[in-house]
Design a protein around this ligand. Structure first.
Ligand code: GLY
Length: 322
C-alpha cells in the first residue's frame, strides 16, 4: 500500500513537471510617450514630441522639452524669471538621466538660463555627476554658455513686494515649487528624464532642493520605468521619492499606485506638523510599457501627456488630502 502511494505521488509530480508552463500575457508597448509636470508641460511636450515622433532619442526630447520652460520668463519657477532666494539671487538646480544610468546634475547655479543643458554637459563631458555653485558656473562658461541676468523686471517687483514682510511661507501650487520634470520613452524603447527648477521662492541663500538630486527629483531604470517629482523638495529628499517610485514599479505597482505609495509615506512623515499646512508634492511616473501615472498630496497638481493617441492633454492628478 505504502509503495502504491509513493508511485501515485511520483506520477502526480511527473505530470506537473510536464505541464506546459503558462505564458505571461505580452503587453503591447505604447511608444513614444512624453509626460511632464504642470501647465508649462504642454509647450515642453510639443517640443519633445517633435523629436520623439521623428524617431529621435528620449534624451534629446527631455532636454529640449524642458528648455522651453527655462527660457520662458512667465514661468517663475524655472530658469529665466525664476523667483529668487531671500537675497534676490536666482539660483537654479537641474538634472538629467539617460537609459544607461548616466546622469548629470547642477545645483546652486547662477546666471545661466539653461541649467538642464549644463547638466547634460556634466554627464557627457566630465568624470563627475554633480557640479555646484561657482564650479558649475565656471564649467558652464568653459562650455560656451553665456552669463545672463535671470532676474526679470516682473520677478524683481515680486521680490520687492515680498521683501516688505519677508515672511517665508510657500504658496501651494504657485511657488511650491512648480519644477518642470519630464519623462520620455522613445521609439527604441529607451527612457530618459529631466528636471529643472529655480527651487523654492525666497529660500535661504545656498538652499538646494530635490531637483538636482538623482533619486529624489528624478530616477529611472531602463528595465523598469522612470519617475520625477515636483513640490517641496525637502520631502522628496527625505524619502528618496523618485527612486522609491521606480522600485515600487519594479515590484509590480502601476505608475499611479507607485506614486501614491510614496505620497502616502510623505504624508505620514509630515502629519501632525505645521509644515503639512502648505506642503504639496507630486510625482509623475512612466513604465517600460509606456503606461503612465501620477499622484500628489493635495489638489492642484496637473501634468501634460502626449502619446500617439493622446494629443498633449492636461490631466489633474489624483490626490490624498483636500
Ligand atoms: N522641487 C523643487 C524644489 O523644491 O526645489
Amino acid at each position: 500500500m505504502k509503495y502504491i502511494f509513493i508511485v501515485l505521488i511520483a506520477v502526480f509530480i511527473g505530470c506537473k513537471e510536464n505541464e506546459t508552463p503558462k505564458k505571461e500575457a505580452v503587453k503591447e508597448v505604447i511608444k513614444p510617450v512624453v509626460i511632464s509636470t504642470w501647465n508649462h508641460g504642454i509647450a515642453a511636450n510639443n517640443v519633445a514630441w517633435k523629436i520623439l515622433s521623428s524617431g529621435g532619442s528620449a534624451l534629446d526630447a527631455v532636454e529640449q522639452g524642458v528648455r522651453t520652460a527655462e527660457a520662458n520668463p512667465d514661468v517663475q519657477t524655472v530658469g529665466l524669471g525664476g523667483f529668487p532666494d531671500r537675497e534676490g539671487k536666482v539660483t537654479l538646480d537641474a538634472c538629467i538621466m539617460d537609459y544607461n544610468n548616466n546622469c548629470g546634475s547642477v545645483a546652486f547655479l547662477q546666471h545661466i538660463k539653461h541649467p538642464i543643458s549644463v547638466a547634460r554637459k556634466v554627464m557627457e563631458k566630465t568624470p563627475h555627476i554633480m557640479l555646484v555653485g561657482e564650479g558649475a558656473l565656471q564649467f558652464a562658461l568653459e562650455q560656451g554658455f553665456e552669463k545672463e541676468n535671470l532676474l526679470t523686471e516682473k520677478t524683481k517687483q515680486d521680490y520687492e513686494a515680498w521683501l516688505l514682510k519677508s515672511d517665508y511661507k510657500p504658496v501651494i501650487n504657485i511657488e511650491n515649487h512648480d519644477t518642470i520634470s519630464m519623462l520620455a520613452l522613445d521609439e527604441e524603447g529607451n527612457l530618459s528624464g529631466a528636471c529643472t527648477t529655480s527651487g523654492a521662492a525666497w529660500k535661504m541663500h545656498g538652499r538646494v532642493g530635490d531637483s538636482p538630486i538623482i533619486g529624489a527629483g528624478l530616477f529611472l531604470d531602463n528595465e523598469v520605468g522612470a519617475a520625477a517629482a515636483t513640490g517641496m523638495g525637502e520631502a522628496m529628499i527625505k524619502t528618496a521619492g523618485s527612486a522609491m517610485v521606480v522600485e515600487l514599479m519594479r515590484h509590480g505597482k502601476s505608475p499611479e499606485e507607485a506614486c501614491k505609495e510614496v505620497v502616502e509615506r510623505i504624508y505620514k512623515i509630515y502629519k501632525g506638523y505645521p509644515d503639512l499646512e502648505w506642503l504639496q508634492v507630486g510625482f509623475i511616473a512612466l513604465n517600460k510599457n509606456g503606461e503612465y501615472g501620477s499622484y500628489c498630496l493635495r489638489p492642484g497638481f496637473n501634468y501634460a501627456i502626449q502619446t500617439n493617441t493622446i494629443n498633449n492633454e492636461l490631466v489633474d492628478a489624483n490626490f490624498k488630502i483636500k
